[in-house]
Design a protein around this ligand. Structure first.
Ligand code: 4NP
Length: 184
């Protein structure tokens, strides 16, 4: 893992370890990948007893599925791992760029769209790719969109998202002074 350089700027790892931080997971529709990432991350946070210092939400760059619950295939793969997903879906809002300390995009298209929409004035949220925290990621840092594929795509997404959330949590609250991924 090559964790994000802009974390280490005074708003970086040290501050995440001492103040409550809200994280926003973002994909395209907010029904497949980002609700899964939110659910997995919150599950890990609860297991680690860190609910008081970390919270999470998710959103989509698109609004077509706003108001809908998570996709049943994401619900199913999460349930098999003992994780309940939250909904309903919503679209990213302007306020999100200030409300969230860290905005984690599922793929590069999502990340580019977030960068385009980020208000020109300085905002708090750092925009990174979730898989920058995946210990097994190679060159390709996208969580692939599973919407038009079969159920095995959701298993693959779960594994990537889980490894990434483990890495992310370790980065935010781990014992070592890891440097965050090169991005933004
Ligand atoms: P997500 O997946 O971005 O992981 O929620 C998708 C959900 C819906 C669509 C595409 C991707 N769609 O085209 O409606």
């Amino acid at each position: 893992m090559t964790p994000p350089s802009d974390f280490a700027t005074g708003e970086g790892p040290a501050s995440f370890r001492t103040t409550p931080a809200e994280l926003l997971f973002v994909c395209l529709g907010n029904i497949c990948r980002s609700p899964l990432a939110e659910g997995v991350f919150l599950h890990l946070v609860r297991d680690a007893g860190l609910e008081s210092s970390l919270d999470a939400d998710s959103a989509g760059t698109g609004g077509w599925h706003a108001g809908e619950p998570p996709d049943p295939r994401s619900v199913e793969v999460a349930r098999r791992h003992g994780i309940e997903l939250r909904g309903p879906a919503r679209q990213v809002q302007r306020e999100d760029f200030d409300r969230f300390a860290l905005i984690l995009a599922m793929d590069r298209d999502n990340q580019e769209e977030l960068r385009r929409r980020r208000p020109a004035v300085a905002t708090r949220g750092r925009i990174l790719l979730l898989r920058e925290f995946d210990s097994e990621a190679g060159q390709d840092l996208d969580v692939p969109d599973p919407y038009y594929g079969g159920p095995s795509g959701f298993d693959q997404v779960f594994e990537m998202v889980h490894r990434s959330c483990v890495g992310l949590l370790r980065h935010l609250h781990g014992p070592s002074q890891e440097q965050p991924p090169e991005s933004q």
